[in-house]
Design a protein. Structure first.
Length: 192
C-alpha cells in the first residue's frame, strides 16, 4: 500500500506541502527570533525581579536562540528543496542572486548570513574573547530588521500576517526603548 493511497496521509503529501512548511517555518521563526531579541535586550539591561530572576531570562534567551537556529535551518532547507519558487542553495547564502524577488529574498539571505556569524562566533566565544564576541553578537540587531523586512516583502499576502509582524516590531521597539532608558540612567549616575 503506497502512502498516497492512505486517506490520512494524502493532505501531507500534496504539491503545496513544502510551500506551506516554508511559509509557516518562516513565520514562526520571526516570532521566535523576536522573542530572542527581546530577551537579549532584557538580559543586556540586567532586568530581573524576585519572580523572574536574571538566569531565567538568560536561559530562555539561549534556548530560544538554539530553537531559532534549528528552525532557520529547516526554513532554508525547505525553501531550497521546494521547487515552487526558483531558490537554489547558493541563493540561501549569497544575497540578491535569486531570480525570485531578489530584493526581499536577499534581505532574508543577509539576515541568515548574520545569524550564522553569530552562531559561529558563539561557538568560538572562548577563543575570541568577550569583547570581540559581544561586538559580533550585536550583528543580531542588524539581522532582526532584515528578517522583518524579508517577511513583510515576501510573505504578507494575508492581513493577519502583517499584524503579527507589526506586533513583533512593537515588542522589539519597546524592549529597545527600555534598554536605552537603562543606559541613560547609568550615564547620569543612577542605578539601572
Amino acid at each position: 500500500m503506497s502512502a498516497a493511497s492512505l486517506p490520512l496521509a494524502a493532505p501531507l503529501i500534496g504539491k503545496s506541502t513544502l510551500w506551506y512548511l516554508s511559509r509557516s517555518s518562516g513565520f514562526v521563526l520571526l516570532v521566535l527570533f523576536t522573542a530572542t531579541v527581546v530577551l537579549g535586550l532584557l538580559t543586556a539591561g540586567r532586568v530581573a525581579s524576585p519572580r523572574w530572576p536574571r538566569f531565567v531570562t538568560e536561559g530562555l534567551h539561549r534556548n530560544l536562540s538554539l530553537i531559532s537556529v534549528a528552525l532557520l535551518v529547516l526554513h532554508v532547507a525547505v525553501v531550497v528543496i521546494d521547487r515552487y519558487v526558483p531558490v537554489d542553495l547558493i541563493d540561501a547564502f549569497v544575497p540578491f542572486l535569486s531570480p525570485y524577488v531578489p530584493l526581499w529574498l536577499g534581505l532574508g539571505t543577509l539576515a541568515c548570513d548574520l545569524l550564522l556569524l553569530v552562531v559561529l562566533t558563539s561557538l568560538l566565544r572562548v577563543r575570541l574573547g568577550r569583547r570581540t564576541w559581544r561586538v559580533l553578537h550585536w550583528t543580531t540587531y542588524a539581522a532582526w530588521p532584515l528578517a522583518v523586512a524579508h517577511g513583510i516583502g515576501i510573505g504578507t499576502d494575508r492581513p493577519w500576517v502583517l499584524s503579527v509582524d507589526l506586533i513583533c516590531v512593537a515588542f522589539v521597539v519597546t524592549a529597545g526603548a527600555y534598554r536605552l532608558a537603562g543606559l541613560r540612567q547609568v550615564a547620569v549616575g543612577r542605578p539601572a
